[in-house]
Design a protein around this ligand. Structure first.
Ligand code: ZN
Length: 242
């Protein structure tokens, strides 16, 4: 099976469309949360994903859009975008988000937005946090989002530590018997200095994970954000990838 692994779409429909056409053909989509928030097209993104064989978990912005989280935990820009998102979501799409679980196990992989300890909130950014996850939770492959940074942690059993790798763009990552935590990066608001949409392709036959980037029409998303009076800092950051 060939899975399109994506996270943090953040209502960026132009980026989502670019990813879907660049990734084809694939068998199913695994989505690691934050479908909405920040961006201008929450409904179109959710409806587009509905056309595919989809396994998804919820993220902190999805929970906030459902009013399950106090918006004051977010910064002022995220807060403003979430207020707008709440007002814009259709009843059906609200219902779709409300059924997302915080964790899913599928085809031997564990899917979560942040970390298995705190599915909505914890940022797996360093080896020490990743080490605790490897030591405490049983899995072969854990897929996470939330940081908007493509990254790999590999468990080194002899040394008892998690080794950090940055994605290799030249060749797919061979999975084999290794225990790995993989973050595909963000579709709709990359933060690693590369504004192109980020995603991954997991091939369970070839036992590989491929990190991909695809350019999209950033100005279209920015124009839609302006039309909805979304914060200018959120508009500007898309072209910086930060
Ligand atoms: Zn996010």
């Amino acid at each position: 099976m060939r899975y399109l692994v994506m996270s943090d779409i953040h209502s960026n429909f132009a980026a989502l469309q670019a990813v879907l056409s660049d990734a084809a053909p694939f068998d199913a989509i695994w989505c690691l949360g934050d479908l909405v928030g920040y961006g201008p097209s929450p409904n179109r993104c959710i409806e587009e994903l509905g056309d595919y064989d989809l396994v998804a978990v919820g993220g902190n912005h999805d929970w906030a859009a459902l009013s399950r989280v106090d918006l004051h935990v977010f910064n002022v820009d995220a807060h403003q975008a979430l207020v707008w998102t709440r007002s814009a979501l259709t009843r059906d799409n609200y219902g779709f988000l409300s059924e997302l679980p915080q964790k899913r196990e599928v085809d031997g992989c564990l899917l979560v937005h942040g970390s298995p300890f705190e599915p909505l909130w914890e940022y797996l950014v360093d080896g020490e946090r990743a080490r605790k996850v490897f030591l405490t939770i049983e899995f072969q492959l854990l897929l996470v989002g939330h940081t908007h940074l493509p990254i790999v942690f590999e468990w080194q059993p002899k040394e008892g530590r998690a080794q950090l790798h940055l994605p290799d763009r030249e060749r797919p990552l061979a999975l084999g018997e290794r225990r790995l935590i993989i973050n595909p990066g963000s579709v709709g608001q990359p933060r690693d200095g590369d504004p192109r949409a980020a995603y991954g392709l997991l091939d369970t036959e070839a036992q590989t994970f491929e990190f991909r980037r695809v350019p999209y029409a950033i100005e279209i998303t920015q124009e839609r954000m302006r039309a909805r009076n979304l914060p200018h800092r959120l508009i500007d950051r898309l072209e910086l990838g930060r």
